[in-house]
Design a protein around this ligand. Structure first.
Ligand code: PLP
Length: 370
C-alpha cells in the first residue's frame, strides 16, 4: 500500500528529545526552542520567529496583533483550510471569501481589490501547495488601501517569491509543523513577525498576556499581567523533535523535490490532465503534487483499488455551514468550486521511493488510457 502521507522522521529525533528531558526544561522557549527560532530567523532573514502549538494558534495571534474586531472585514480565499477563517470568526470579524486564480489555486488580486470596503482591515493570502501568491500585486493593493497582510504559509516554509522566503513578505506569516507538512513535530507551528514594533506584543500574547519574556531577558524585575494573550508556546520536547528536522531541511527538500519532479515529468503530457503551474518568480518546497481532472472521484477510487491513497482537498469554505454563518463570497465563484472538484493529490512524503512514485504514475496513466 502506498499511503498519501507519512510523517517525516529523520531518525535522530528520539535522541534530541532525550536530551531535552535531561535538560529538565520542557516548557516553551527552552534550549531547543531557541535553537529552532535562531535557525529559522537566520535562514528566513526575518525579524522574529515565535514557535507556537500550531499554525492555527499562529493565525489566532495575528488576529490579536492586528486588533481586528466585530466592525471589521477580512478578505481571504474560500479555497483554504478552516483555520485561516476560524481565527477571524473567533473575533467576530466578517469574512469575505473571494475567488482564486485557476492556474495556481491562489487568491486572485483582482478579486481582492473588488471586495475591499471601508470596513476591510486585513487580507489573508494562502500559498497553496507551497507555491507563492502574486505578492507584488497583493502588497501593492494592501499599501494603497492601508491593509494588513497575513501570509498563511502553513505549507510554504522555504518556498520563495522573487528570492524572498514566503511568510516574510506580508506583516505576519504563519507556518505549520503538523505531521502532514514538510517539516514536523507532530503538532506545532510558528508565527513570523516582520514588523519590529510588533515583536514585544507578540511575546506578551504568547506568554498568557504577561511580560515573562522580558523578565527572562533581565529587562524587568518581575513579570505581571500586561495584556490579553493565551498559552501560545511550543513545548521544548516538540522543539527538540523539530530541531532535527530543521537541521535536515535540505535533505528533506531534496527528497520531496525529486519525487515532485518525477511526477511532473511523467504526467505533464497526459491528455485531459493538468499539472501544477509554477510561476517563474516562484521557487517551491515540493509540499504537494496534485493533478486536475474531470474524473476526480473515479481516479481516486481506481488508485485505491490498486492500493494507492490519493485524496481530494478543500471543500470551499463559503459552501460550509460555518462559512455561511461567519462570512460570504464576494464576486463571482468562477473557479473556486469548479477547480476544487478537479484536484487529486498524489502520495508525496520524505523518503518516498522512485519505485513507489513510478507505481502511482503507471496506474494514473493506465486510468486515463482505458
Ligand atoms: C495545515 C494548514 C493549517 C493548519 O495548520 P496546523 O498547524 O494544523 O494548525 C492552516 N492553513 C493551511 C493552509 C494549512 O495547510
Amino acid at each position: 500500500m502506498i499511503p498519501f502521507n507519512k510523517p517525516c522522521v529523520i531518525g535522530k529525533e528520539a535522541t534530541a528529545m532525550k536530551e531535552a528531558i535531561e535538560q529538565t526544561k520542557l516548557s516553551g522557549n527552552g534550549p531547543f526552542g531557541k535553537k529552532c527560532t535562531d535557525w529559522l530567523e537566520a535562514r528566513l532573514q526575518c525579524e522574529k520567529v515565535i514557535l507556537t502549538p500550531s499554525c492555527t494558534a499562529a493565525l489566532e495571534m495575528t488576529t490579536l496583533l492586528t486588533e481586528v474586531g466585530e466592525e471589521d472585514e477580512v478578505i481571504m480565499p474560500s479555497y483554504t483550510f478552516v483555520s485561516t477563517a476560524n481565527a477571524f470568526a473567533l473575533r467576530g470579524t466578517a469574512i469575505r471569501f473571494v475567488d482564486i486564480e485557476p492556474n495556481t489555486m491562489n487568491i486572485s488580486p483582482d478579486a481582492i481589490e473588488a471586495a475591499i470596503t471601508k470596513r476591510t482591515k486585513a487580507i489573508v493570502v494562502v500559498h497553496y501547495a507551497g507555491i507563492s501568491c502574486d505578492m507584488d500585486a497583493i502588497m501593492d493593493i494592501a499599501n494603497r488601501y492601508g491593509l494588513w497582510v497575513i501570509e498563511d504559509a502553513a505549507q510554504a516554509l522555504f518556498s520563495t517569491y522573487k528570492g524572498r522566503p514566503l511568510g516574510t513578505i506580508g506583516h505576519f506569516g504563519a507556518i505549520s509543523f503538523h505531521e502532514t507538512k514538510n517539516f514536523t513535530c507532530g503538532e506545532g507551528g510558528a508565527l513570523i513577525v516582520n514588523r519590529p514594533e510588533a515583536v514585544e506584543r507578540a511575546e506578551i500574547l504568547q506568554e498568557k498576556g504577561t511580560n515573562r519574556e522580558q523578565f527572562f531577558k533581565g529587562m524587568v524585575d518581575k513579570y505581571t499581567w500586561r495584556d490579553v494573550g493565551s498559552s501560545y508556546l511550543l513545548s521544548d520536547l516538540n522543539a527538540a523533535y523539530l530541531s532535527v528536522q530543521l537541521q535536515h531541511a535540505d535533505l528533506i527538500n531534496k527528497s520531496r523535490l525529486r519525487a515532485w519532479r518525477q511526477y511532473y515529468d511523467a504526467l505533464t503530457d497526459l491528455p485531459e490532465v493538468e499539472v501544477p503551474y509554477v510561476p517563474s518568480e516562484c521557487q517551491h518546497n515540493s509540499h504537494m503534487f496534485y493533478i486536475k481532472t474531470n474524473q476526480q472521484q473515479e481516479l481516486i477510487a481506481y488508485l485505491k483499488k490498486h492500493d494507492i491513497m490519493a485524496v481530494t482537498h478543500y471543500v470551499p469554505l463559503h459552501s460550509s455551514h460555518a462559512g455561511k454563518k461567519f462570512g460570504k463570497f464576494i464576486g463571482e465563484d468562477q473557479f473556486t468550486t469548479t477547480e476544487s472538484e478537479k484536484i487529486v493529490r498524489l502520495p508525496l512524503y520524505f523518503g518516498i521511493g522512485e519505485e513507489a512514485v513510478d507505481d502511482v504514475v503507471t496506474h494514473t496513466q493506465a486510468f486515463f488510457n482505458t
